[in-house]
Write a protein that binds this ligand. Structure first.
Ligand code: ZN
Length: 189
């Protein structure tokens, strides 16, 4: 399984683990389990490989289910806060962020002269990581946040194109499919 990385921010990549978000009949959640969350975080580089490997499959299933549900709730809150302006969603992200900071420790980077949060090594670590990412995204300039122009796709991204005119999640995927569909519609007429 390869997760999409078109968001330009890991928190938006997380939102994009739902495919066909705008079509309830086709909606697919590619993160069905806690282990899938670990695989996602490892692929996009927000959870260390070794830490993810240590957590995968070895945990208390009931706790893993709770952590999984909390990560998914955060994912949906990111979408609602950024694209629907939901204050409830922003409040959930605040609670999880405060909790994440409480449970994390400061770590001084050896190469850059900065400090960053080291999230817990235990099963709550992935949730803390996602909460920190969500806070980072919400506190950033969101004027470039966009949703794919496809009717159903629903993938989101930061439009960093020079002219700020990116319409599709991917040119090869939704861009191409919509161009072909428009061409067919034109030739039929
Ligand atoms: Zn798309």
């Amino acid at each position: 399984m390869t997760y999409p990385q078109v968001g330009g921010h890991a928190a938006l990549d997380l939102v994009d683990t739902v495919h066909w978000r705008l079509d309830p009949a086709r909606w697919i959640d590619t993160l069905p389990t806690f282990d899938a969350v670990l695989a996602w975080g490892t692929q996009v580089g927000v959870l260390g490989d070794a830490r993810s490997a240590a957590l995968a499959g070895t945990h208390d299933p009931a706790r893993a289910d709770r952590e999984y549900a909390a990560v998914i709730a955060l994912r949906e809150a990111i979408y609602s806060a950024v694209f629907e302006g939901s204050t409830d969603a922003a409040a959930l992200i605040k609670r999880e962020y405060v909790d994440a900071v409480q449970r994390s420790s400061w770590e001084r980077s050896t190469d850059a002269a900065s400090w960053s949060w080291r999230t817990p090594d235990d099963i709550t670590g992935p949730r803390a990581t996602v909460a920190l990412l969500a806070h980072d995204l919400l506190a950033s300039d969101l004027s470039a946040a966009r949703q794919c122009g496809d009717d159903a796709c629903g993938w989101v991204y930061l439009d960093t194109s020079p002219r700020g005119n990116r319409v599709w999640c991917t040119a090869a995927g939704c861009g191409n499919r919509n161009r072909v569909a428009r061409h067919h519609a034109r030739t039929k007429r």
